[in-house]
Design a protein around this ligand. Structure first.
Ligand code: NAD
Length: 468
């Protein structure tokens, strides 16, 4: 039997026991995990730097901190989240008690991507475990050093029957997806998300799909352009733009174009002082293939008339792509057809908020949307007339790390939400229980259905709204 089948069988046998583990048992492991993460912080930093030159500060802020935030929240809230939730018994339910049991869904499969390999692996595992699920975890094949340290930490906390990481490429994912898991939690691209959902449907496993998309930024005329430019460029610099919620493209009023470009350029120059290639404050692109894809997007845009305002991809280190702004954009360019997932920002000008909204709406629902505006009516107009997973106003990225806001996409950018209690609930079977303690004669309404019974039911129907 293959290793994945063996582990699956072990976890399958354990799923009843797992869903009945106490809050105290789970909390003990959560505390242990937290102290191990803090103890091994330097090794985690080192692993991510080895995988793709991720700056330590970015690892601590955007990989470790969100996980610790969730662990802290669990320490405070888990007992409450796990507790049975009593619900009222309306008139027709007199003589019964009704409540919701929070139970794990069973055996879960978690597939994670490479761009935030620590956070996007550990966070869902912790959530699955806290909700009483077993999990088999398939991290990305592109982050071997990060996977190694996560395995080391998990081995000290979890037993294989609870959590097990299996490393491998697409072939392993494909095998795992054929197994009858109860729940699949996938983070990755929209195209692979479709494959995951199709495979999960064979076993009717529930799915949460955390996908990507072209997250737009609309910069309203009259707002602080320099401030907006700096924040938006930071969104492209963090992890070298390899962030699912990174601003993908920006819509700027035509009067503000030059100011926006100048402010963005100034910010990037000040940060990197022309030392970008050797900087420890800038991630590399994950693989040469991914870097070549970005270079190809820039070249294709240039060929079709785009202007490189600053930046470009021409470095000796082939896995460095500079923060870049392209203008004179049109929708035939490849860069406007799919999520960019790199530090290249197409700038599109607009003349009215309506036309900016129209531009955004030609694309599938994005994961995130950013609005820079001082006007509440403008913010509301944009939100009222668009769809997407989450909005941040007058900043970028930060909404995603809020510990209790739901995180996830809408439509093609994802199905289901997690973070905080939203994640706990999405890994839970909210099992409803109705217990009859006193028989108040409902069996009177069993057949035969006499005229008298019809009369009573009809009079109940008339009073229906006041009975519930
Ligand atoms: P990906 O979809 O290529 O890979 C994700 C995982 O799926 C990896 O573990 C990979 O091995 C596996 N995989 C790849 N091809 C597969 C296949 N054919 N069948 C089964 N499994 C397969 O994504 P990626 O390149 O690792 O990550 C980038 C994408 O992830 C971007 O689109 C980004 O927006 C998205 N993302 C989304 C979130 C979110 O929370 N919504 C977070 C990070 C990244």
């Amino acid at each position: 039997m293959s290793i994945e089948n063996q582990v699956f069988e072990v976890q399958k046998k354990h799923k009843i026991q797992m869903k009945n583990t106490s809050a105290l048992y789970r909390l003990e492991k959560i505390k242990k995990l937290k102290s191990l993460i803090l103890e091994k912080k330097d090794q985690i930093n080192e692993a991510l730097a080895l995988d793709f030159h991720k700056p330590h500060l970015e690892t601590e802020l955007a990989e470790i901190m969100p996980v610790l935030g969730m662990l802290n929240l669990l320490e405070k809230e888990l007992i409450d989240w796990m507790s049975d939730e009593r619900v009222a018994s309306p008139l027709l339910f007199k003589g019964t008690k009704n409540w919701i049991r929070k139970e794990g869904k069973g055996n879960s499969l978690i597939i994670s991507p490479w761009n935030y390999p620590f956070q996007l692996t550990v966070y869902p595992v912790v959530t699955a475990f806290a909700a009483g699920n077993t999990s088999i975890v398939k991290p990305s094949e592109f982050t071997p050093h990060t996977n190694k340290i996560i395995i080391e930490i998990f081995n000290e906390v979890f037993e294989q029957k609870e959590v097990c990481i299996l490393e491998g490429e697409v072939e392993l994912s494909t095998k795992l997806l054929k197994m009858p898991f109860d729940h699949v939690f996938f983070t990755g691209s929209t195209s692979v998300g479709k494959i995951v959902m199709k495979a999960a449907s064979e076993h009717l496993a529930s799915v949460v799909l955390e996908l990507g998309g072209k997250s737009p930024v609309i910069v309203d005329k009259g707002c602080d352009i320099e401030k907006a430019a700096k924040k938006i460029m930071w969104g492209k610099i963090l992890n070298a733009g390899q962030t699912c919620v990174a601003p993908d493209y920006v819509l700027v009023h035509s009067d503000d174009k030059e100011k926006f470009i100048n402010a963005s350029k100034k910010f990037v120059e000040e940060v990197y002082q022309n030392e970008l290639e050797s900087s420890d404050d800038y991630s590399h692109i994950i693989t040469q293939r991914h870097a070549d894809r970005l270079k190809d997007l820039i070249e294709d845009a240039k060929k079709l008339g785009a202007k490189v305002e600053f930046g470009d991809a021409d470095f000796e280190n082939q896995r460095v792509v500079a923060p870049t702004i392209l203008s004179e954009i049109n929708s035939d360019m490849k860069i406007m057809q799919d999520e960019i997932f790199g530090p290249v920002l197409p700038l599109i000008t607009y003349d009215s908020i309506d036309s900016a909204i129209e531009y955004v709406n030609q694309y599938d629902n994005a994961l995130a949307m950013y609005i820079f505006s001082n006007s509440k009516p403008v913010m509301n107009k944009i939100m009222d007339n668009t769809f997407n997973g989450g909005v941040t106003v007058n900043d970028v990225l930060i909404g995603v790390s809020h510990p209790t806001l739901p995180f996830g996409g809408a439509g093609k950018s994802g199905i289901g939400k997690y973070h905080g209690k939203h994640g706990f609930d999405s890994f839970s079977n909210l099992r409803s229980v109705t217990r009859r303690d006193m028989d108040l004669g409902t069996s009177y309404f069993y057949p035969p259905y006499t005229q008298t019974k019809y009369k009573i039911v009809n009079s109940l129907l008339k009073k229906f709204s006041s009975l519930f």
